[in-house]
Design a protein around this ligand. Structure first.
Ligand code: FE2
Ligand code: FE2
Length: 276
C-alpha cells in the first residue's frame, strides 16, 4: 500500500531527528500510517532540542472519517447491545487517536527542553498508539472499525488554545484532560465488565495503568517549569485553568490513581475546593 505519509525531504530515514519524525507522524492522516510512523521513531534517534520546526501541512493529520461533531451530538448508547459497546469503544479509540497526536505535538512544537522531556513524550506517543491499536482490534472483533461513529474534537481544541504556552499545555492537557481519564476509566471498565464484556474491560485496565504514567510525566515537567519560573504549582494551575477556560472537574475522583501519578495533597484538596 502506498503511504501518504512522507519523511521530510533530505532526512534520509535514520539521520532524521526525533522531533522531525514526531512532526511527520503528526501530519500523517490514515491511522495505519500514523501508527507506523510512531513505531518507526528509533529509541536512539538524535534529539534536536534547540531547533525551531515549522509544519508544512495542516495539523493534525487525520483520516476522512470519523466525522467530527459537537460533543452534544455524540449519543450515549446502551451497554446492553453490541452496537452500544462498539460506540463506547469507538469514543475511546478516538480519544487515543487524539492522545497520539497530542504527545507528538508536544515533542515537535516546543523547543529548548532537556532531552529527557522529548524521550518521555515519545514513550507516551507509543503507548497511546498501542491503546488505539488495542481498541481498534476490539472494535474489529465486534464488527466495527474506527470511523464508523461520529466523534468530537474537545481534546485537540485544548491543544490549539495552548499552542504557544508549554506550561499551559502541561497544566491543561496531561494534568487536566488526561487526569480526568484516570477518574473516568474505572467507571467505564465496570460498565463493560457489567455487560459481560471482559475483553474490553481488560483493555481499560491496561489503559489506566499506562495513563497514570502519562499524567506523572505531565506532573514532572509541569513542576520542572514551575520551579524554573519560581511559580507555585497550585496557584499557577488555578490561574492557567481560568485563563484558558479549562473544564471544571467534577468527582468522583480516582484519588489513588491521582496520587500514584504524582499529585500532592494540596493539589488533591484544590480539586474538591469550591470555585473561587
Ligand atoms: Fe491512552
Ligand atoms: Fe495518555
Amino acid at each position: 500500500m502506498h503511504s501518504r505519509f512522507s519523511v521530510p525531504a533530505g532526512a534520509g530515514g535514520q539521520a532524521t531527528c526525533l522531533r522531525e519524525r514526531a512532526l511527520a507522524a503528526l501530519a500523517a492522516g490514515p491511522w495505519p500510517d500514523k501508527l507506523a510512523a510512531v513505531r518507526a521513531i528509533a529509541d536512539d534517534a538524535r534529539v534536536d532540542a534547540a531547533r525551531e520546526l515549522a509544519a508544512a501541512a495542516p495539523l493534525p493529520g487525520r483520516p476522512a472519517r470519523p466525522e467530527l461533531v459537537s460533543p452534544a451530538q455524540v449519543k450515549q448508547r446502551s451497554m446492553a447491545t453490541v452496537e452500544g459497546r462498539a460506540a463506547l469503544l469507538h469514543a475511546l479509540a478516538h480519544i487515543e487517536f487524539n492522545a497520539v497526536n497530542l504527545a507528538l505535538d508536544i515533542v515537535w512544537r516546543f523547543s529548548g527542553m532537556p532531552e529527557a522531556f522529548y524521550r518521555d513524550w515519545l514513550r507516551v506517543a507509543r503507548e497511546e498508539a498501542h491503546h488505539f491499536d488495542l481498541l481498534n482490534r476490539r472494535l474489529a472483533a465486534l464488527g466495527y472499525a474506527y470511523g464508523d461513529f461520529p466523534a468530537h474534537n474537545g481534546l485537540w481544541e485544548m491543544a490549539e488554545k495552548t499552542r504557544g504556552d508549554l506550561l499551559a499545555r502541561l497544566a491543561l492537557v496531561p494534568r487536566t484532560l488526561e487526569a480526568r481519564g484516570l477518574d473516568a476509566s474505572p467507571l467505564i471498565r465496570d460498565k463493560l465488565a457489567g455487560a459481560g464484556d471482559a475483553e474490553s474491560a481488560a483493555i481499560l485496565d491496561i489503559i489506566l495503568r499506562d495513563e497514570i504514567g502519562h499524567v506523572a510525566i505531565g506532573n514532572r515537567w509541569y513542576r520542572h517549569l514551575c520551579a524554573q519560573a519560581g511559580a507555585d504549582p497550585v496557584a499557577c494551575y488555578a490561574e492557567l485553568a481560568q485563563r484558558y477556560g479549562a473544564p471544571r472537574l467534577r468527582g468522583p475522583f480516582n484519588l489513588e490513581a491521582r496520587r500514584a501519578a504524582g499529585f500532592d495533597e494540596a493539589e488533591l484538596a484544590a480539586l474538591t475546593a469550591p470555585a473561587a
